[in-house]
Design a protein around this ligand. Structure first.
Ligand SMILES: [Zn+2]
Length: 248
């Protein structure tokens, strides 16, 4: 039975793949969920299609004489540390941001990674984001790679991996991206891990307070849905495919 995560659910033996357009995207939107996954025995891998070196490294570009190569080097260290803080591995494709273009070769590389890692759950951006040129491109590439990985649900003439759960993490301005939460993940027990991951992202310090507040607000919503007063922080997701359960 595969179903939505419940507080305290064991994830032992499960693999989570998070794919972001930029190296810090996973931190703000899903670091708590990654931490909850690994804290209960799951394995997690973060893939960044770019470092966000041009478009999402604001603080670093205030330094005189800054170069793209140096920004990428710093962003690689930040993301590796942030992923480690929540128990995940980190891999960068370094495809270049603003604008991100994902070639068919890179989609094929991502599909090959998915076949090797065989994730049980895949997280990425929603389909739409009127404020960002790269996030929808990342969504499309991940959706395509996932389909190439899983095939059509019948025997295929290529190597496949089992179908995975597929969810979008919460964008910066959810209403304008058409994002409606269908899953809240209780990240209360691991919120300190998310806070540490966020603190690794020095190039985007301005987002740390914002996303800590978001986690509190989603915690409030999750309390309301469940009646569980112990939930303090949560992260929101939109399920892109139905989940299948044995009973309701
Ligand atoms: Zn981004």
């Amino acid at each position: 039975m595969s179903g939505p995560g419940r507080s305290g659910e064991r994830t032992g033996g499960r693999r989570m793949l998070v794919v972001g357009a930029h190296s810090a995207d996973f931190v703000w939107r899903s670091a708590g969920t990654v931490a909850a996954h690994t804290a209960t025995g799951g394995e997690a891998l973060v893939v960044a299609l770019t470092y966000g070196e041009r478009g999402e490294s604001g603080v670093l570009w205030k330094e005189e004489g800054q170069t793209e190569e140096n920004v990428k080097r710093i962003r690689h260290e930040e993301a590796t540390s942030a992923a480690a803080a929540v128990g995940a591995g980190f891999r960068a494709f370094d495809l270049g941001d603003y604008p991100l273009h994902v070639s068919q070769e890179s989609v094929a590389e991502l599909a090959e990674l998915m076949r090797d890692f065989a994730p049980h759950v895949v997280l990425t951006h929603p389909e739409k984001d009127p404020f960002n040129p790269d996030h929808p491109v990342a969504h499309e590439a991940v959706a395509r790679a996932r389909l190439l990985t899983s095939g059509a649900g019948v025997a295929s003439g290529f190597r496949t991996a089992p179908p995975s759960e597929f969810l979008a993490f919460e964008p910066h301005q959810p209403e304008l991206c058409g994002f409606v939460p269908t899953v809240y993940v209780d990240i209360t027990p691991v919120f300190d891990r998310k806070a540490e991951a966020m603190s690794c992202m020095a190039a985007q310090r301005y987002l740390q307070e914002y996303y800590a507040q978001r986690a509190d607000q989603r915690g409030n919503h999750a309390r309301k849905v469940t009646g569980n007063q112990d939930i303090r922080q949560a992260e929101a997701f939109h399920r892109l495919l139905p989940n299948v359960v044995g009973a309701l």
